[in-house]
Design a binder for this molecule. Structure first.
Ligand code: MRU
Length: 366
C-alpha cells in the first residue's frame, strides 16, 4: 500500500489521511497545488520523503490547472505553485527538492509543446514515487547490515511507509532486517505531542509482524541505561552539510542518552534529505506548531492543561553530528567526518539522476 499515488485516468493525487490512523484508513483526493499544500500543512501527509513526492505531484497538478498559452506563462504559474507549496512546512528539505526537480524539468523543456511539458511533469512525479520505494529498500539493506542477528532497537516518530511512499527510512531498515531473518524487537517511542509513534509506527510494525513494545517517550532513558537497547534508529527531515541532523522533537535527547550509554545512534536518510546548501543544523528553520497539539493530545476535546497556559511546541530539534554514529543513505553508510562523505554521496546521486539512475549501491560504502 502506498501513502500517495497519482491516478492517471482522473489526474488526481490520492493520499491516505494519516490524521485518521490507526482508527480508519481513509483516502482523500487532491486536484490542485493549493490543496496539496494544505494537505502537507495539516499533516494529512507527513514525513520528509512523502512530502517531497507530494510537492512534486502538486507541481504537476499546477501545470494541469494552468491556463497558460506559452512556456513563459506556464513557468510563471509554476513559480506561484512553487511559493505556495514551499510555504507548506519549513523544515523538511525534501519539499524544496521535489519542487525544484519539477521547476528545472519544466525550464529545460522550453522548446516542447505545453501538453508535452505537462505530461513530463506528471511522469517525473510518478517516477519520483517509484524511485522513493527503491531508495528506501536500498537504505534498508545498507542499514540492516549494521545490525547484529539478535537486536533491540529504539525508534522515534514515524519513518515507515507512511512517511515515505512505501517501505520507509529508519523503519525501512527495521523492516529489511525483519524480512532478512534478523531477530529484531523495537521499542517504539510514542512521540509526543502528535503521537506518530503510537498511532502510525505501532500500526505499521503490527501489520508487518515485527515484534515491538510501545513506550512513553520518557521511558527511553530507562531502557537504554538498563542495557535493553542495542541501537537507536531515526530518520531526518534535513541533514546539514556537516552532518547535523534535524528530526522530530526529542531526537536530540535520545542521541545524548545513547552517547552516554555507548549505544550506536544511526540516522537513516536519502540523499534528497541532505542539504549541502546549509552548513550546520543551526541554520535549519525549525517549525513551531499549534499549542493545541500539546494541550489537547490526539484532539482530546477537554485537553490536559489549564486553559490559557503558555505553550512551546517546536516540531523538530537538531542533533549535533558529534552524537551520530553513522548516516545511512541509498549510496551506503557515511561515517564521520560527515562533510566529505555526504558531499560524495550527494554528488554521486546528482550524476546518477542526470543519467536516469537513482541508486548505484556499488559506488560508496563508507
Ligand atoms: O512532523 P512529521 O511527522 O512530518 O515528522 C516526521 C519526522 O520527523 C521523520 O522522522 C522524518 O520525516 C524522517 S521520516 C522518513
Amino acid at each position: 500500500m502506498r501513502t500517495i499515488e497519482w491516478i492517471d485516468d482522473k489526474n488526481v493525487v490520492k493520499m491516505i489521511d494519516q490524521r485518521r490512523l490507526p482508527h480508519e484508513v481513509v483516502w482523500l483526493d487532491y486536484y490542485s497545488a493549493q490543496e496539496v499544500a494544505q494537505a502537507i500543512t495539516t499533516m494529512v501527509i507527513r514525513g520528509a520523503p512523502a512530502i517531497g513526492v507530494a510537492a512534486a505531484m502538486g507541481m504537476a497538478l499546477a501545470a494541469l490547472e494552468s491556463k497558460a498559452e506559452s512556456h513563459a506563462e506556464l513557468m510563471a504559474d509554476l513559480r506561484i505553485a512553487h511559493d505556495v507549496l514551499y510555504a507548506a512546512r519549513p523544515t523538511a528539505v525534501n519539499l524544496r527538492w521535489g519542487i525544484e526537480q519539477q521547476l528545472t524539468l519544466a525550464q529545460n523543456l522550453e522548446h516542447e509543446s505545453l501538453p508535452q511539458v505537462r505530461a513530463a511533469l506528471i511522469a517525473q512525479s510518478k517516477r519520483m514515487a517509484d524511485e522513493d520505494v527503491l531508495i528506501n529498500q536500498t537504505m534498508g539493506a545498507w542499514g540492516a547490515s549494521l545490525l547484529p542477528q539478535k537486536v533491540n532497537v529504539l525508534h522515534h516518530c514515524n519513518t515507515g511507509g507512511l512517511a515515505a511512499v512505501d517501505w520507509g527510512t529508519a523503519l525501512g531498515v527495521i523492516r529489511s532486517a525483519h524480512v532478512g531473518g534478523k531477530d529484531i524487537h523495537v521499542w517504539v517511542d510514542e512521540t509526543r505531542p502528535r503521537l506518530q509513534g503510537a498511532r502510525l509506527t505501532a500500526w505499521e510494525l503490527m501489520q508487518w509482524g515485527v515484534p515491538m513494545t510501545l513506550i512513553a517517550d520518557n521511558a527511553a532513558g530507562y531502557y537504554m541505561l538498563s542495557g535493553q537497547v542495542d541501537a537507536v534508529l531515526v530518520g531526518a527531515d534535513r541533514v546539514a552539510a556537516n552532518g547535523d541532523a534535524v528530526n522530530k522533537i526529542g531526537t536530540y535527547k535520545l542521541a545524548a542518552v545513547a552517547k552516554d550509554n555507548n549505544i550506536p545512534f544511526y540516522v537513516v536518510a536519502p540523499t534528497s534529505t541532505v542539504d549541502l546548501r546549509t552548513a550546520t543544523g543551526a541554520q535549519i528553520p525549525i517549525e513551531q506548531r499549534d499549542p493545541r497539539e500539546v494541550t489537547h493530545p490526539d484532539n482530546d476535546p477537554l485537553g490536559i492543561a489549564p486553559m490559557g497556559v503558555k505553550v512551546g511546541n517546536p516540531a523538530f530539534d537538531i542533533t549535533p553530528q558529534r552524537l551520530i554514529t553513522a548516516i545511512v543513505t541509498e549510496y551506503g553508510v557515511v561515517y564521520p567526518p560527515f562533510d566529505e562523505g555526504l558531499r560524495k554521496v550527494v554528488e554521486q546521486a546528482e550524476i546518477d539522476r542526470a543519467n536516469g539512475r537513482v541508486v548505484n549501491p556499488a559506488v560508496v560504502s563508507g
